[in-house]
Design a protein around this ligand. Structure first.
Ligand code: BJW
Ligand code: ZN
Length: 236
């Protein structure tokens, strides 16, 4: 029998956890950035230059995500949250699939694709329309341009969310890192914070990452296959 789960648990997820749901990752084979340059689409400069182009990309991705359902890896993390006394799920994903799978304690580091934020009055709203009736959309309150409520390169992460993620990483005894290339900062530093504080690091990824060399255990495979299997052996 495998050893039980120690103390508080933190989980960091990235695009790879949603790959088997049909959501494309960013980097690597089939990744979104094989076809689109990030600096043309995921930066504030790109949005200032051509808001319609940026919104067309997000509108397309919203349509794609809308047709996707959580997979066994999302479901396993929701089961773990229900079964363990202290689990914090930190995600870089904007797709909302963790919440759709039943996770409640989710810290979204890079925002959520289903929310808009007004560039004029700052109003944040949920908007689930697929496809948007007007591109680029405008604020019903003040008429200014709306933007996706996500974090682009060069922008700060939401401070309270980042603080909570940092605290969870610093005090966990086990950190699971699932489906991230671990190259985008500051998210990529969270596992290092956990390691520095003595946590056990488990990486779930079919490919090697800059974290692999420091992981105590590596589940080399697609998350929807290897994570449920790992949890079944440890379930309290
Ligand atoms: C599977 C699988 C399966 C496949 N199962 N796994 C320090 C040093 C250098 C640079 C910086 C630094 N600090 C900040 C920066 C700048 C920048 C940065 O990190 N750049 C690096 C790329 C070099 N960071 C920022 O700008 C951040 N802001 C910030 O730090 O503000 C302060 C500051 C600014 C400027 C300078 C200094 C300080 C903001 C980062 C925002 C990232 N935004 C995006 C877009 C979000 C909105 C949207 O979705 O459109 O977030 S970029 C994109 O990358 C997205 C993701 O969340 C993020 C991470 O990607 P992720 O999730 O890891 O996906 P992939 O595709 O990279 O990897 C998928 C993985 O899954 C792979 O490993 C596969 O093998 C695996 N996989 N199938 C399991 N079935
Ligand atoms: Zn407004």
């Amino acid at each position: 029998m495998s050893e039980p789960i120690p103390g508080p648990v933190a989980v960091l997820t990235g695009a790879g956890i949603s790959a088997e749901s049909g959501v494309p990752t960013f980097r690597g084979e089939g990744g979104l950035w094989r076809n689109f340059r990030p600096e043309q689409l995921a930066t504030p400069e790109a949005f200032r230059r051509d808001p319609a182009l940026v919104w067309e990309w997000y509108d397309w991705r919203r349509g794609l995500i809308d047709s996707c359902a959580p997979n066994a890896a999302h479901e396993t993390l929701a089961e773990m949250e229900a079964a363990l006394p202290d689990l914090t799920l930190i995600t870089q994903n904007v797709d909302g699939l963790h919440q759709a799978a039943g996770s409640h304690n989710v810290l979204e580091l890079h925002g959520n694709i289903w929310r808009t934020r007004c560039t004029g009055c700052g109003r944040v709203s949920e908007d689930r329309q697929v496809l948007l009736p007007e591109i680029p959309p405008r604020c019903p309150e003040c008429g200014a341009l709306l933007r996706p409520d996500v974090v682009w390169f060069g922008e700060s992460l939401p401070l309270e969310v980042l603080d909570a993620a940092w605290a969870a990483a610093a005090c966990c005894r086990l950190m699971l890192v699932v489906g991230t290339s671990a190259v985008v900062q500051p998210a990529a530093s969270l596992p290092l914070v956990a390691l520095r504080n003595g946590a056990r690091l488990v990486e779930v990824n079919p490919a090697e990452t800059p974290l692999s060399a420091q992981a105590h255990e590596i589940l080399r495979g697609p998350a929807a296959e290897v994570l449920p299997e790992w949890w079944r052996k440890r379930e309290p």
